[in-house]
Design a protein. Sequence first.
Length: 391
Amino acid sequence: MNQTTNQSASQTLQSKLPNVGTTIFTVMSKMAQDHGAINLSQGFPDFEPDEVLLDRMTHYLKSGKNQYPPMIGLPELRQAISSKLIKTREVEVDPDTEITITSGATEALFCAIHSVIREGDEVIVFDPAYDSYEPAIALAGGKTIHLPLTLPDYQIDWDQLASAISDQTRLIIINTPHNPTGSILSESDLDKIAALIENRNCYLLSDEVYEHIIFDGEVHASAVSHPVLRQKSFAVFSFGKTYHATGWKIGYCIAPAELTAEFRKIHQFNAFTTVTPMQWALADFVNDYPQNYLELPAFYQHKRDLFRSLITDSRFKLLPSKGTYFQLADYSDISDLRDTDFANWMTQEKGVAVIPLSPFYQSAPDTRIVRFCFAKQDDTLAEAARVICAI
Ligand code: PMP
Ligand code: GLN
């Protein structure tokens, strides 16, 4: 090797995430925009947050709430979350030592993973898994162990989980209600996880960003209200989902004081804190308008049922959706294309953008399934349904 080659090799940046490309949500939303397609891909509403929340935000923007808030989040917002938990789940969470406000749930997931994962630790995730988990684990030096949820209902295979847990397992990540499948975990599922990790040096990261988007009278099973898991969990939430404001990027993490102390060491040098006037506005809104999150299941159940009924005569076969604002559909009667190709074709040729499932798997099953987002105005859903029914 001559000196020039040697030099340029030493200047080549070795990627820390060599297998990571641009997230599928960004890819599909851009494709939707480029082709003028109705965007049922990336999960975000096409309607506005409540007018009162926007008014509170404007108010605080214009009343001097524009400098750094405390690193752990505004006390008023942490107190509002704590009071809400007493009302809704009858659990006491200390706002000073157990709640941290973050820049979206994504930051909270990242900090939680980095709080406990060191070189060589193993983290169990269930495929299809939300796409931010594995890169965060890899950056912490951990190894991701992928366990597939069982078809057709996307449930945990308990025998497989029991045999995957070892002394190297430091963290298990669950997500309920589950993106992208819309399945949910029950209290008894949480009991089983608790029994498996109770006496181990292993923690739980519970991604509960869709806690209020759950249907058919089902009750959300939260790690925060579970007696054993409460002591071993980072539970992560997002105001973006609950208040139709995904672009606000404000979330929070609830964890016991000892875990929260580690979490904050990472948070303070990652984002440090998050947007001040929004925290004030959210604090008011959580306190003063509880009907807003209490009405969310009915609000989105209407959209789920409308969307399902509108496309019931299409050639897509609909899977159950018990929570989240996502609907899976099997397109095997329409095409043999791989799901990524099918999603591209839907977006570019048919004008409705969807999300393929394979990017959420280490080893995707041989299924033909895509995800639709129904967090859209009824008119948008009707317009999309006309296209879908004609495919
Ligand atoms: N977890 C899951 C399962 C999600 O679907 C999302 C967002 N869509 C997040 C985390 C991230 O939430 P945020 O936008 O608040 O960062
Ligand atoms: N969670 C959203 C979804 O599932 C996307 C969030 C993102 O784009 N990072 O569509």
